[in-house]
Write a protein that binds this ligand. Sequence first.
Ligand code: URA
Ligand code: CA
Length: 434
Amino acid sequence: MRMYDLIIKKRNGQELSTEEINYFIENYTKGNIPDYQVSALMMAIYFQKMNMRETSALTMAIVNSGDVLDLSKIEGIKVDKHSTGGVGDTTSLVLTPMVAALGIPVAKMSGRGLGHTGGTIDKLESFKGFSVEITEDQFINNVNTIKLAIMGQTADLAPADKKLYALRDVTGTVDNISLISSSIMSKKIAAGADAIVLDVKVGDGAFMKSYEDAKELAQAMVSIGKNVGRETIAVISDMDQPLGLAIGNALEVREAMDTLVGKGPQDLLELCLTVGSQMVLLAKKASTVEEARQMLLKTIEDGSAIRKFKEFITAQGGSAEQVDNPDLLPKAKYVVEVKSDRAGFVTKINAQSLGLIAMELGAGRATKEDVIDLAVGVVLNKKRGDKVEVGETIAYIHANDESRIEKAKKDILKNYVISPEAARNIPLIYDVIR
Ligand code: URA
Ligand code: CA
């Protein structure tokens, strides 16, 4: 087989066989095929597209390019959850203890990543002593005993995706549905999931800017799941404004804990109940969405969700004191109000820009080497649809560096769109694709 022939075949709009896809992924991973040939193939795929058979074959080829986590020693159906990424998205911190409190095993491998705030692991490190440096045996043991564990990525999962994604990033070939969907699904499958719930975000703070694109991506991932024997459900949800109120690591941990005791923002709770009930269904612990939703709500009401959270934090070395008293979490030196200079209704909050503002305050990494400031970020006081008077507080800046406050203030004001009339209502949940 020659890579050259595969490029010509796809360039001419023909289908690639599974053998051909396996050949190119295997040899690219080993370093036997140069980047320039793979970029040519990526561009051919970008224009000529791949069908679902090719996309599913590509997914499994990427899965098989590295280790596949063996979670067979964990009893029960392992349901994983993945979000395509949003600003202030605290759902994992809320959902995992709620679902685990129902006896469903949650075994998560997480990364740190770049972006407006840290990843789930960074956020959890707001707890003194908390560590994800646990062995695979401890990980499996914790899931079997308390139903919830999170470990840092140690195994060499989907190495082909790392190379491909980096190459696509610099060759204008990221936004192709087959390439995105296989990239996301391969990582979940390699991490050992039996079933997967996806939260596909749509809006200006998301990867997919339109509902049509988000739906196409969701459908592609659900089909891959079906083709490779991992039942998959996708929720399509709004990211045209930040989710919840907090953007920042310790701030989001606090928001998550508030939500676990029934005192969190409504939109965050609603999304957690929607995504969570699909997880409960896939784990076969409920037979209807309504039943699953009631079960999840009960974990908040009877305190089992927050107890599970505490059990999980302490099992991985974290401070129980900080769970009992969130005031002990990292705190910023300065908390500054941002006051509106206009009156009207909030019609838009630019999610992407708010994320960047939090990052500039130190909440996220621009490069892998950057150190995160866990305490800083932004807490919204007004959301879309809210009425605002002149001088009313629309948000709070949490900062440790005084010199960054003025710019953050200006940027926040610029990114709140306040209009005389309330805008049409944008739904939080657009769709559930199964
Ligand atoms: N996220 C991924 O993991 N892969 C893509 O290709 C795009 C977004
Ligand atoms: Ca939030």
